[in-house]
Design a protein around this ligand. Structure first.
Ligand code: KG4
Ligand code: ZN
Length: 352
């Protein structure tokens, strides 16, 4: 089984072809991506209209390239998957319409993929990860911990009440004068910094629910920066290291609390899985590896390329759905909001 996956929900235009292996994992036959970082850098964030136009401009040639690089003809696939949300609606529509058109023209099944489900399942592309597992999904738009009981079966154990972690990294990086996108730049700057120089708060640590709050930490970092101004390169490095250390402590504490709640939701956790752009952060990965060893639950951390937005994860989510049976029809709508756990209260920050 081979599926074409299309991703256009944010600022990456991506198309990939993934094949199901006999052992249940996936082989990536082609994985094409064009990052729009340069187009948005001048604005310090993603501009939805620019993103949508860029998707229109590049998507067709990316899909063509995916088939060329995979050595396949369009009819040699078994399904077409496109991210139908959540995300920036203009971009979502571009990918969704392209996917539907391709499915119609080739007469193949169409799968409208939830972008968050694709992040949640991509660990199973590269490794044999059994359900149920506990997922930390941390990106620019989302911060949540989920019990993943099966394909399409999620229970939210905790979520952010304000900023997503990636958003907090980006905002702190911005007021420290680091280049866009801020997350990787902040991590790089933190490498030479002293994580103990600035005493920053650890919001929510010790609280019995598994939720997050980042805005107070972000403000405390800004106030510390203002007190230390004018900032030398050393000050910036120390602020980055102190901020990142606080985020790491918060994440580990929230994971510990969520693990306590996991059993009631899904039984014994077979693994911890991390996903989303922030999951490529080395300090966070190391801390979670230590935590995982401590509690005896293996950590599955997909390679950074599969953690940030990509087409392979959409194709893989398509395979996971397609192999279970009937999928979507061409009436599937674009969805700016699309929570994975439909029973959970709407996220307090208004995001999925
Ligand atoms: O999943 P993603 O590519 O896009 C969505 O938001 O869906 O995540 C992008 C986010 C950005 O906020 C970016 O700054 C953050 O992930 N990020 C990082 C790192 N790499 C990307 N944050 C911290 N450390 C990193 N190394
Ligand atoms: Zn994403």
């Amino acid at each position: 089984m081979r599926v074409l996956g299309i991703e256009t929900t944010c600022d990456e235009t991506a198309a990939a072809i993934v094949e199901l292996r006999p052992d249940g994992t996936g082989a990536i036959l082609a994985d094409e991506i064009i990052s729009q970082i340069a187009a948005h850098a001048a604005y310090g964030g993603v501009v939805p209209e620019i993103a949508a136009r860029a998707h229109v401009e590049f998507l067709d040639s990316l899909i063509t390239r995916a088939f060329v690089n995979a050595g396949l003809k369009p009819h040699q696939i078994d399904g077409v998957a496109a991210a139908a949300g959540p995300g920036l609606i203009g971009g979502v529509l571009v990918g969704l319409m392209a996917g539907k058109g391709f499915a119609l023209a080739t007469n193949k099944p169409f799968i409208a993929v939830n972008h968050l489900e694709a992040h949640a399942l991509v660990a199973r592309l590269g490794a044999r990860v059994a359900f149920p597992y506990m997922l930390l999904l941390v990106s620019g738009g989302h911060t949540q911990i989920l019990a993943v009981r099966g394909v399409g079966d999620y229970q939210r154990l905790g979520a952010t009440m304000d900023d997503a972690i990636g958003e907090a990294f980006d905002k702190v990086a911005k007021f420290l004068g680091l280049p866009y996108p801020g997350g990787p730049a902040l991590e790089a700057a933190a490498r030479d910094g002293d994580p103990q120089r600035f005493a920053l708060p650890r919001p929510m640590v010790g609280k019995p629910n598994a939720d997050f709050s980042l805005s107070g930490l972000k403000t405390a970092t800004r106030l510390a920066a203002e007190r230390a101004a004018p900032l030398t390169q050393r000050d910036v490095a120390d602020l980055c290291a102190s901020f990142q250390a606080a985020v790491v402590d918060v994440i580990v504490d929230r994971m510990r609390v969520a693990l306590g709640r996991f059993q009631g939701a899904a039984g014994i956790a077979r693994a911890f899985v991390i996903a989303g752009g922030v999951a490529s952060n080395g300090a966070i990965r190391e801390a979670l590896a230590r935590f995982s060893a401590q509690v005896g639950v293996p950590l599955v951390a997909p390679p950074p390329r599969l953690c940030t937005d990509n087409g392979a994860m959409i194709a893989w989510a398509g395979i996971e759905r397609l192999r279970l049976g009937p999928v979507d029809d061409l009436a599937a709508p674009a969805r700016p909001r699309w929570p994975l756990d439909v029973t959970a209260a709407p996220a307090l920050n208004g995001k999925a």
